[in-house]
Design a binder for this molecule. Structure first.
Ligand SMILES: Nc1nc2c(c(=O)[nH]1)N[C@H]1C(S)=C(S)[C@@H](COP(=O)(O)O)O[C@H]1N2
Ligand SMILES: [Mo]
Length: 544
């Protein structure tokens, strides 16, 4: 018979740490749903702050500055980790000790959560569920650690070791070494390092995933709350009134203003950045006289401009739907940049989003007087999170990838020959002025219609130049002038429509626009890369 091997203290400590991690991860996950303020670590941190004597607090703020909260939460976590390790070491001797430790842990968390102002009973859920998950993990890991079998168990000996531990505890043994309790069967069981470590790995994955998801959910809730609570100032410069005839109100034709929920979305974000406006800052640096840092409140104190601007994605195929028109409210970028004072050799604004996307915008375009905005609102409400809350850029006339940075936090004033934005090394042009385009919205491609008088309609855009004419032809016959809807300025798309006496058979419909510079869309078709698609939108319909 082989010698009994003790479960070493390090294994107990490890099991304790991982169980504590699972407890916190699960607590954070549940807190993400119940409310981020119910996460016990944050609650304990808050209580600690309240109980800390003012001189210590002042010392912490002086020493750690803006990082004081991070340091505090870090400190709480270090203390928790030490306690968890001790709990694990104790659980190695007797599982009940471990449970008692975890319960004490949970009670402290509960006290912290439930003594918060306006706490409710439901706020206890994350702590309770977390502690239960921790207890389960602890007993599971302890069972795995002690699960090593030196010989096949005797027939009928199926009692799991954790139960054996419980039995031992029931017998009232005090300070019994763990291996003793493993003698419940005829055979000896010993420390199983491999099974412990695979269990630990599983626990770490669960704890990490739960914490990350919980944080995401919690951040989303906090930002949603901040967004809904915002009161937006009135514009100093309101948008030009939309002419009565801007929207032809034809069924199937894109409305002049695209609703936020219908607005196309393009970005590289797998998880949408959740930026709290209270934490938001915009830093402007590089080729400037004086670097500037603005908070959200600073930005809203500046005069606001409202403007209707049509946004377009460079990836939009001819006839595609990556284009939308909205009423934006924001501060003129030029006004903010003048505070920093641009150096004369600067020609590029390299903007960075909260998630690290970058975008290079020509300085001259932003400074030429057009409504290039740091936008805070879209169609009368705070920017939707998907569209860049709390602040994004909008620059009439440039494709989104070189102008429309969402969740913008940083502007480096620089030069095109010194810096590159995200899409440039990925095969897209460094500069991206929007190409004059037109699209047929109805009939839809492939539609079948009855013969007789019908309407062909769509939109055309040439931002900051303006649309002067739209022509339509059927079956490659004569181009005919479409009727244009009214617009207040050159920065939005323009609806158009034309009547057509449809005859039975298959027909091809084509459209082309001419902009205010006199340029008529080329027939030559080009793909979106590297600087925008060209060609005439062409559809086929069946008339019966
Ligand atoms: N932070 C960030 N901003 C971004 C992008 C991005 O990937 N990340 N994509 C840009 C592109 S390519 C386009 S077309 C517009 C789209 O804006 P929307 O999603 O509000 O329609 O956002 C721009 N701003
Ligand atoms: Mo785009």
């Amino acid at each position: 018979m082989q010698r009994n091997e003790m479960v070493p203290a390090w294994a107990g400590a490890l099991a304790g740490l991982v169980s504590g991690g699972v407890a916190l991860g699960i607590a954070q996950l549940v807190a993400g749903v119940v409310g981020p303020e119910t996460f016990p670590v944050v609650a304990v941190g808050d209580v600690t702050v309240d109980l800390t004597p003012p001189p210590v607090k002042d010392f912490a703020i002086r020493t750690f500055g803006e990082n004081d909260k991070t340091v505090l939460i870090g400190g709480v976590l270090v203390v928790l980790a030490a306690i968890a390790a001790v709990i694990g070491v104790l659980a190695r001797r007797r599982l009940a000790y471990g449970f008692a430790g975890l319960a004490a842990f949970g009670v402290v968390g509960l006290l912290a959560v439930l003594t918060r102002p306006d706490a409710g009973v439901l706020d206890a859920i994350p702590t309770v569920v977390g502690a239960a998950a921790g207890a389960w993990t602890l007993s599971w890991l302890v069972r795995r650690a002690a699960g090593g079998s030196r010989a096949e168990p005797a027939p009928g000996d199926s009692a799991p070791s954790a139960d054996a531990t419980g039995e031992d505890a029931d017998r009232g043994g005090v300070g019994v070494e763990w291996p003793a309790v493993m003698r419940s069967g005829a055979e000896l069981r010993a420390f199983d390092r491999r099974r412990l470590l695979t269990g630990v790995a599983g626990g770490v994955v669960v704890a990490g995933a739960a914490a990350v998801i919980g944080q995401q959910l919690g951040g989303r809730r906090a930002v949603d709350a901040a967004r809904v609570g915002l009161a937006l100032p009135k514009p100093a410069t309101p948008a030009k009134p939309v002419p009565a005839g801007a929207d032809l109100r034809i069924n199937g034709l894109s409305p002049f203003i695209t609703k936020n929920r219908d607005f196309y979305r393009v970005d590289t974000a797998l998880v949408v950045p959740q930026v709290d406006p209270n934490d938001w800052k915009l830093r402007i640096h590089g080729l400037v006289e004086r670097p500037v840092e603005l908070t959200y409140a600073d930005l809203l104190k500046m005069p606001l401009t409202e403007a209707d601007v049509t946004l377009t994605c460079v990836s939009n195929e001819v006839g595609g739907d990556l284009v939308g028109n909205a009423r934006w409210l924001g501060v003129r970028m030029a006004e903010v940049l003048r505070r920093a004072g641009l150096r004369s050799n600067a020609d590029m604004l390299l903007s960075t989003s909260a998630d690290g996307f970058t975008c290079g915008t020509p300085v001259d375009v932003v400074m030429d007087g057009r409504d290039a905005l740091f936008a805070v609102a879209m169609n009368g409400e705070a920017l939707p999170v998907d569209h860049g809350f709390p602040v994004r850029q909008v620059v009439p006339g440039l494709y989104g990838y070189v102008s429309a940075t969402k969740w913008v936090v940083d502007i480096k004033v620089t030069r095109f020959d010194a810096d590159e934005a995200y899409w440039t090394p990925r095969g897209w042009a460094a500069k991206g002025p929007i190409k004059t385009e037109s699209r047929i919205d109805l009939p839809k491609p492939g539609d079948s219609r009855k013969a007789g008088r019908t309407t062909i309609a769509g939109v055309a855009w040439a931002q900051h130049t303006g649309i002067d004419a739209v022509e339509v032809r059927v079956d490659r016959e004569q181009w005919r002038q479409a009727k244009l809807a009214e617009v207040a300025g050159p920065d939005t798309w323009r609806q158009w429509s034309i009547d057509w006496d449809a005859t039975p058979g298959r027909h091809t419909i084509q459209v082309r626009a001419t902009d205010a510079s006199g340029y008529t869309q080329t027939e030559a078709s080009a793909p979106p890369a590297p600087d925008g698609a060209t060609g005439w939108h062409t559809i086929t319909v069946q008339v019966s």
